[in-house]
Ligand binder design. Structure first.
Ligand code: CO
Length: 151
């Protein structure tokens, strides 16, 4: 088990457009395992690889229903809109109201290199959009219509 330090703004890696994973090797699997450990240690809902200093297209999510890890995830369908509150481990102390699609369909690879398609609504849809944004260097504060200090 290894827990990474989560990078915070203004770290440049958070603003990087991450590279696609071209080969799923032991190094990538180890990063995924450590991202899971870090997610649970930090009690986050999701984590993207650039947040731990690795500019590759990897995300992990657990909104309380199931653990999800995806390699090279992309949104292939979206529907509806909902504005709700978001925060981010990389932007501590700040929350914002962010408009997101209410439903998304996401395609990516699992750790065995098999293509998987997943759907999410509400909180899971929000988590997919937030984490996939990280892979393009986009943070929730870029999309927020209102930002304030937490608490
Ligand atoms: Co985040």
């Amino acid at each position: 088990m290894a827990v990474y330090q989560v990078l915070k703004l203004p770290d440049e890696t958070l603003r990087t457009r991450c590279a696609a994973v071209t080969k799923i090797n032991d190094g990538i699997l180890r990063v995924l395992d450590n991202m899971r450990d870090t997610l649970y240690a930090e009690q986050g809902l999701g984590l993207a690889a650039p947040q731990i200093g690795i500019p590759k297209r990897l995300i992990v999510i657990d909104t309380g229903e199931q653990y999800i890890e995806l390699i090279n995830p992309e949104i292939i369908e979206r529907e509806g809109e909902k504005t709700s509150t978001e925060g981010c481990l990389s932007v501590p102390g700040i929350i914002g109201r962010v408009p997101r699609s209410l439903y998304v369909k996401v395609r990516g690879l699992n750790r065995h290199g098999k293509e998987v398609v997943m759907e999410g609504t509400e909180l899971l849809a929000k988590a997919f959009q937030h984490e996939i944004d990280h892979l393009d260097g986009i943070l929730f504060i870029d999309r927020a219509i209102e930002i304030k200090r937490e608490g």
